[in-house]
Design a binder for this molecule. Structure first.
Ligand code: ATP
Ligand code: MG
Length: 456
């Protein structure tokens, strides 16, 4: 029920307004003076204020200014018997939503109040929606305390506001799309559309019509004009996912669209200007494709103004515990059950597993356990088999390609072997060091260096 505050120094007017608006289904509080009104504003929550301008001591303008200062979202409507244009202008400048002359027409006042409340709701919903969008794609939901992720966050922050094209590489499930959204929702285009086109999901002809649209009759099945995604994304961001799958013919057209900022619909002749920021993503080695002649060099350099590589999860194991918490919370909340906990042994398994499906795989594992496990604390027993049987050493080596760093790869190998040795020796460091063929001090040093938690 919407709550109104009405202020007038004439009791009869207050009585009238109360009867009228209570009949409309609102709850109404009234005040005979500005002083009382200011007190009520402090003590209570209102959805709308209706005030006389001329009051004994402080005036309706004082109420308006106070309301705007303390609760800027409340619509305030001014009523006056001595209207001057100057006063009305002053009221609007101070933030009043309307200005009504006495004697007022009750029916008109009802409409003005209704309109004020409706606008407030719309504004609130809008703010909520934007907040939700912003939160969904803010760094708050994008977990990553590891060094490479922190670097990526820094880069996103830096480039979000300009219009340069961005190429995001990385294995499947590493968060390429999430990073693309973060770029969009942190930049000045954030209130404009973010449109995704998966270039690997459609055959060449359909992809072209998806990107550029088509005119009626352009091909069999084109029964009506269709807008392409370049046009739908106008003023916003177009995310070209799996760009490596795009055919050479389509590559030419995309290059032209990017260079000239103009598109032509399939079968059409009209040149349509478009203003989009292009972010593309691939899990393939585009440089390799370039060498093979499967990807156009000119397009590659257009797309590749800023590049970042999403590291695989196994190369940023520090992110695993916070990601686990994040997904536990997300899926427990979604299912409406109390937050579950994981035993440290589970984290150990997670940190040792090689996660070929990266973050998506981790999220799926957690979603599944949350759905089927009734226990409050999740132990090793709840985990699917593939996590518990480590693959043969060597099979999880990273291939040389974008983002390859020899030091990291070797460090990861080192960590994996140390974990395994510690696990086999039940945390006995002497035994573990002899299993590894190194001395105790070297093992101590490596454990500190890689901050490996001991498995006891
Ligand atoms: N840093 C992160 N923090 C939290 N969740 C993440 C993070 N990165 C990815 N995710 C989640 O993991 C899932 C996979 O992410 P996303 O779709 O962005 O990956 P991708 O690299 O585009 O994968 P693919 O190549 O398979 O399309 C999504 O559900 C996403 O919300
Ligand atoms: Mg993706």
């Amino acid at each position: 029920m919407d709550k109104l505050l009405v202020i007038d120094d004439e009791q009869s007017i207050l009585d009238l307004l109360k009867v009228v608006f209570e009949k409309q289904g609102y709850s109404v509080k009234s005040a005979l003076s500005a002083e009382k009104a200011l007190k009520l504003l402090d003590e209570d929550e209102f959805d709308l204020v209706l005030t006389d301008v001329k009051l004994p001591q402080k005036s309706g303008m004082d109420i308006l200014k106070y309301a705007k200062k303390t609760k800027p979202d409340i619509p305030v409507i001014m009523i006056t018997a001595y209207g001057t244009i100057k006063q009305a202008v002053e009221a609007f400048k101070a933030g009043a939503v309307d200005y009504v002359l006495k004697p007022f027409d009750v029916e008109e006042l009802k409409i003005i109040v209704k309109k004020g409340l409706k606008e407030r709701k719309l504004k609130e919903e809008n703010v909520l929606l934007k907040k939700e969008l912003k939160e969904r794609y803010s760094f708050k939901n994008m977990i990553g305390k590891s060094r490479p992720m922190q670097e990526i966050f820094g880069l996103i922050d830096k480039i979000a506001d300009n219009d340069s094209t961005v190429l995001i590489t990385g294995e499947s499930g590493t968060g390429k799309e999430m990073a693309a959204r973060a770029v969009h929702f942190h930049g000045k285009r954030k209130d404009q559309p973010f449109i995704t086109v998966n270039c690997g999901a459609l055959p060449e002809n359909l992809l072209e019509s998806e990107l550029f649209g088509h005119v009626k009759g352009a091909f069999t099945g084109a029964v009506a004009h269709k807008k392409g995604m370049f046009q739908v994304a106008d003023k916003g961001t177009l995310f070209l996912d799996e760009i490596g799958e795009m055919s050479p013919k389509t590559q030419v057209k995309v290059l032209r669209a990017i260079q000239e900022k103009i598109i032509r619909r399939v079968g059409g002749t009209e040149e349509i200007p478009v203003d989009v920021r292009i972010i593309s993503a691939t899990n393939q080695d585009l440089k390799e494709k370039l060498k093979q002649g499967d990807f156009r060099e000119d397009l590659f350099y257009r797309l590749n103004v800023i590049t970042f590589h999403m590291p695989p999860l196994r190369d940023r194991r520090e992110d695993i515990p916070p990601l686990v918490n994040h997904f536990l919370k997300k899926h427990c909340d979604k299912t409406g059950i109390p937050m579950k906990r994981v035993a440290p042994e589970v984290i150990n398994v997670f940190e040792s597993y090689h996660w070929p499906g990266n973050i998506r795989e981790l999220e799926n594992v957690i979603e599944r356990i949350v759905a089927i496990e009734e226990r409050q604390t999740l132990t090793k027993k709840c985990l699917p088999d593939e996590l518990l049987t480590p693959p043969e050493h060597g099979t999880q080596d990273q291939k040389i390609g974008p983002g390859f760093e020899l030091d990291r790869v070797l460090d990861n190998q080192t960590v994996r072997y140390i974990r395994e040795a510690l696990s086999r020796s039940s945390g006995n460091m002497k035994k573990a060091s002899s299993l590894l063929g190194i001395n105790y001090r070297s093992l101590r040093y490596l454990i500190d260096k890689h901050s490996i938690k001991e498995e006891r």
